[in-house]
Design a protein around this ligand. Structure first.
Ligand code: ATP
Ligand code: MG
Length: 268
């Protein structure tokens, strides 16, 4: 238990019930997910690690309502997901910013699409940008920013809708090591403030254990949950020195052993 668990949560409840996915292509059927069954309590931070091609993005896309499942059910706050849900924000591996709109206009895009009133949300957009260290960059174009800055804008764009569920698909995969560390710390602070439900997909065992309350380890395709590991390390967690922490090392070892038992290497 840590102090965060006692705060009321703005997060959505997620139920993934026996979800399987088979992609039917012209020449073959690809069995991507096999009876994935997970229940996520509101406000928890769940990380998913697994070998390349095991179905992580497929699972995220099903939760986002972007890909239909083949069997099973996905429920967000008790509602079955069939199309993109208004309470869900998504951050992809590439930032997908619109290059012809400046930073502020990119963050406000979901508000415009939903006709929620640009002016009303403007202060919120600026506050979010300040929180991730982008004060003064509101008027810049994406081409004027670094990769890490662009990814921060994408995170602000997902957060402006106050998503009860934030889905992140390897958001830091393309960043250099230092920027990645900063983003990991920023994400922890953001989550401790907002306290929404997060599903975070990554190849990095260390960032999964560092950030999450729970790490789900997936098997090679067809993806199943091989290990469901509760991470009991008090927060706030400090990245500096975490690799020497005994509890951290223990959890990383558990994840590694699960992969090794499957003959899988993951970190690149
Ligand atoms: N639209 C599609 N049509 C057919 N097969 C697909 C489609 N999308 C994904 N697949 C297949 O489903 C499997 C799982 O893909 P997915 O993208 O979910 O894996 P992943 O775990 O996210 O991999 P990575 O870590 O490399 O991002 C792969 O074998 C992939 O080729
Ligand atoms: Mg993927």
């Amino acid at each position: 238990m840590n102090s965060d668990d006692k705060k009321p949560s703005a997060g959505a409840a997620v139920k993934i019930e026996n979800v399987s996915k088979i992609y039917e292509t012209r020449d073959e059927n690809v069995h991507a997910l096999d009876r994935v069954d997970v229940e996520i309590t509101p406000g928890s931070f769940v990380a998913v690690v697994g070998p390349s091609g095991c179905g992580k993005s497929t699972l995220l896309s099903i939760l986002a309502g972007l890909v239909p499942l083949s069997s099973g059910r996905v429920l967000i706050d008790g509602q079955s997901v069939r199309k993109p849900h208004p309470k869900v924000g998504v951050v992809f591996q590439t930032d997908l910013l619109l290059y012809w709109r400046n930073v502020l206009d990119n963050v406000l895009l979901p508000i415009e699409i939903k006709h929620l009133g640009r002016e009303k949300y403007r202060p919120e957009a600026i506050a979010l940008l300040n929180q991730v260290g982008l004060q003064g960059f509101e008027g810049k174009m994406p081409s004027e920013l670094s990769g890490g800055m662009r990814q921060r804008v994408a995170i602000c764009r997902a957060l402006i809708q106050e998503p009860g569920l934030l889905l992140m698909d390897e958001p830091f995969g393309a960043l250099d090591a230092l920027t990645r560390e900063q983003m990991i710390m920023d994400l922890q602070s953001m989550w401790r403030r907002v306290h929404n439900t997060v599903l975070f997909i990554t190849h990095g065992i260390d960032e999964a254990v560092f950030l999450a309350d729970r790490v789900l380890v997936m098997s090679p395709r067809p993806g199943r949950i091989d290990l469901d590991l509760t991470i009991d390390i008090p927060r706030p967690r400090q990245w500096t020195g975490v690799h020497e922490d005994k509890a951290f090392q223990h959890y990383v070892r558990r994840v590694r052993e699960t992969f090794e038992a499957r003959g899988v290497l993951v970190e690149r």
